[in-house]
Design a protein around this ligand. Structure first.
Ligand code: GLC
Ligand code: CA
Length: 559
């Protein structure tokens, strides 16, 4: 079995995601920055991760907190300078960690030179860098709606034309059908790779090819109408292959593409190993919909069975053919304990959720604050929120459900839940900044939940993550082993095995606040296994089973 699986560094690593604005403030102005990152490199390394992915650090008006880029080759002044970045890059490399940049090329900022020039000179070379179209009489060029709500077209009076923006108004979409745009993208890649970065997380990369003629959609949703015309567009293969052959293949680097609405079948098309492979991995979203329909604003309530089904499909369909990217949090997702875990059993459920995904086959990504079990925040007024999509989704929700339910949804689903400053200590401003005021609200629970208090507690969530990542690193079966699910019909337990040659692992996870009894599946004799990790004071197995306490998890290893 082990010969089937190709080894690679990017498969063995674990990645820590930094969302720079809220990570650590090094110069005391209330905003996270590169100096702050530099000071925390030892901390990041201490987790046992092998790479850092930076959400955008580039120059940006921050309308979408860096995902609206005004200069792809410079650093946002609030975060530091290019030299500060180089110091972080060197500091990471010196510690044996790789650095992955966010490549946001589906769109730019409306403050990017290209966009400004596309307006200044409609006959010049930059006009066709974007999707400029005449209206249809008084109507927009088509009926597409942006992902952040509102129409996907913005009118420009000077040109009497509209431009396409699948996200915020200030994020005009780049026209990748123009070969010059693709050359620009490749140059940007080379710029960072030549500097020494080790790869890219490619933002909504599966949206870069739009169907010819930009046809209107027969369907209507308040958000994302028209998505069938670009979520997996006609030239996507071609453009991704071009990026790979012209640039990526020339470097020892990795890529992970963000891919909303992705299925295993479509994913294999892009990430199956072999000469036609376009990306190393993909961030799909299917497992982030176990408590909702498609995205967290369409909240339904957490269903473990739905989650297990998705996980098993991705584990099985990709095994030996492609590689999974594993995550349960990032800067776009509310905190996972509030969604799939239990606030009452915060510590136990945090560890179970960590074990659940990190012991699967794939490269695990950990989002800042996840490793200490940070929780959602609930601010009183929608005006306190700063995320553009929160405001837009709130408006849609209020018009359909009323103020109270819309506000409940803000509390549950806002991306700002993940964007509060990292809670470093119980000191003023959670140790995030020495300024009087941080740029955004700090969760008032920081006096209880913070890095400092967990550092020296052997049973903390933080130290559990360290043990878990070490266990994965030391046991190839947890990295490369195949996957088999048991007790599929259970709504309380998630149980799976991993297999590599003569090594086996059994992962047993409870999602219940009650005790649940468990007997090992056929082929696993617990008396012969080694209990390698658990989130409770352990007690042995009797008759090849045991009773799981609330949110208990166990990992057994067998030789
Ligand atoms: C991705 C990013 C998100 C951003 C959007 C538009 O989904 O993760 O933060 O708002 O793309 O760039
Ligand atoms: Ca700062």
């Amino acid at each position: 079995m082990s010969e089937e699986i190709k080894r690679a560094w990017y498969k063995e690593m674990a990645v820590y995601q930094v969302w720079p604005r809220s990570f650590a403030d090094g110069n005391g102005d209330g905003i996270g920055d590169l100096k702050g990152v530099l000071e925390k490199l030892d901390y990041i390394k201490s987790l046992g991760v092998d790479a850092i992915w930076f959400s955008p650090l580039y120059k940006s008006p921050q309308k979408d907190y860096g995902y609206d880029i005004a200069d792809y080759r410079d650093i946002q002044p609030e975060y530091g300078t290019l030299d500060d970045f180089k110091a972080v890059l060197k500091g990471a490399h010196d510690r044996g960690m790789k650095v992955i940049m966010d490549l946001v090329v589906n769109h730019t900022s409306d403050q990017h030179e290209w966009f400004k020039k596309s307006i200044e000179d409609p006959d010049g070379p930059y006009h066709d860098y974007y999707f400029w179209r005449k209206g249809k009489g008084k109507r927009r060029p088509n009926n597409w709606m942006s992902t952040f709500a509102g129409p996907a077209w913005e009118y420009n009076e000077k040109l009497d034309e509209y431009y396409l923006h699948l996200f915020a108004v200030e994020q005009p979409d780049l026209n990748h059908d123009n070969p010059k745009v693709r050359e620009e993208v490749k140059d940007i890649m080379r710029f960072w790779l030549d500097m020494g970065v080790d790869g890219f997380r490619e933002d909504v990369i599966t949206f870069i090819s739009k169907k010819e003629g930009l046809p209107s959609s027969p369907y209507y949703f308040p958000i994302g109408t028209g998505i069938e015309n670009y979520m997996h567009g006609p030239h996507l293969d071609e453009y991704l292959s071009e990026f790979r052959h012209d640039v990526l293949d020339k470097y020892d680097c990795m890529t992970v593409g963000e891919a909303p609405m992705m299925t295993t079948k479509k994913a294999l098309h892009h990430i199956a190993e072999g000469p036609d492979q376009q990306l190393n991995m993909m961030f799909h979203f299917e497992h982030m919909a176990a408590d909702c329909m498609f995205f967290s604003w369409l909240h339904t309530g957490f269903k473990l069975k739905k989650l297990k089904k998705v996980y098993t499909r991705w584990q099985k369909d990709l095994y030996g053919r492609a590689w999974n990217a594993l995550y349960i949090e990032n800067h776009d997702q509310p905190r996972i304990i509030n969604r799939y875990g239990s606030v009452k059993y915060r510590v136990e459920s945090a560890k179970t959720l960590a074990t659940m995904y990190i012991c699967q086959c794939g490269t695990p990504f950990i989002y800042q604050g996840q490793e200490i079990g940070m929780l959602n925040i609930a601010l009183d007024s929608v005006d306190d929120y700063v995320d553009v999509s929160t405001h837009n989704n709130y408006k849609v929700a209020r018009s359909l459900l009323g103020e109270k339910k819309a506000m409940d949804l803000v509390h549950y689903a806002s991306r700002d839940n993940a964007r509060t400053p990292v809670q470093w200590s119980a000191e003023k401003n959670a140790g995030f900044t020495t300024a009087d005021k941080p740029w955004f609200y700090i969760n008032p629970n920081y006096t209880e939940i913070n890095v400092a208090s967990q550092e020296n507690d052997p049973d903390s969530i933080l130290n559990y993550y360290r043990k878990l990542l070490k266990l994965r690193k030391e046991n190839e079966v947890l990295i490369y082993g195949s996957y088999e699910e048991y007790y599929k019909d259970s709504g309380d337990l998630y149980v799976y095995g991993r297999f590599l040659d003569d090594k086996r692992a059994l992962v047993v996870l409870s999602f219940s606040e009650e005790n649940v009894s468990f007997t090992a599946p056929g082929g696993f004799d617990l008396s012969k296994g080694k209990l390698a990790l658990s989130n409770y004071e352990t007690c042995g197995a009797v008759n090849n089973g045991f009773t799981l306490r609330p949110y208990e998890c166990r990992v057994y290893l067998f030789d």
